[in-house]
Design a protein around this ligand. Sequence first.
Ligand SMILES: [Cu+2]
Length: 149
Amino acid sequence: MPTRSLHSIIQQLGLLLLIAIHLPLQAGQSPVDIDDAWIAEAPPMSRVMVAYMTFTNHSDKPVTLVKAESASFKSVEFHETVEKDGIASMIYHESLTLPAGSRLALKRGGLHLMLFSPTRALRAGDTVSFRFTTTDGQVITQNVKVRRR
Ligand SMILES: [Cu+2]
């Protein structure tokens, strides 16, 4: 076999290998990125904590998160702080829709993740893993650090 064609076969094999490695990654890749994520540190024994983060939906379709969970909390809910007649209160949202091709920020005084009943003591510097499930069953995971307010 001429060296040249052997070389070409090796190149093609290398290309196939690259494709084989890349495909599963792309299939599992989420159209949603999370950044600026943090959990506000709370006094010890607090039964409720709050998390903020910014979601970026890179896809051309809205993505709806129907479930948020973490092993570090008994439950996680989508909440929104609203002010009416000077009184702030919180609304519970069953899901959170991330508009196509844009960013949605969960921040103080607005949308947030309400974290109920920590299953372990959490202090600034600790990392908590979250799992978000979309309507079509995709799972997005994100590690979030606890920080001082
Ligand atoms: Cu809340």
